[in-house]
Design a protein around this ligand. Structure first.
Ligand code: SF4
Ligand code: SF4
Length: 60
């Protein structure tokens, strides 16, 4: 079974930056028009998933 990772639904993302603010691992970067997930930094702590108001982030 492949390892789980943080999945981003770009279409659902409102680029609000809340997930970036709660991530303590610098695994999320908000660019001008899109959010980037840096998988190598993500420890799957779930903080951004909980913080996201649009359910754009999931761990699968
Ligand atoms: S799961 Fe945790 S470490 Fe990974 S991007 Fe979200 S807040 Fe950051
Ligand atoms: S919290 Fe959700 S809607 Fe806001 S930037 Fe992050 S993924 Fe996008």
């Amino acid at each position: 079974m492949p390892a789980k990772e943080l999945q981003l639904d770009q279409a659902a993302c409102a680029e609000c930056g809340l997930c970036v603010a709660v991530c303590g691992y610098d695994a999320l970067v908000l660019h001008a028009t899109e959010l980037e997930v840096i998988q190598s930094e993500c420890v799957l702590c779930d903080a951004c998933v909980i913080a996201c108001p649009t359910e754009a982030l999931t761990i699968e």
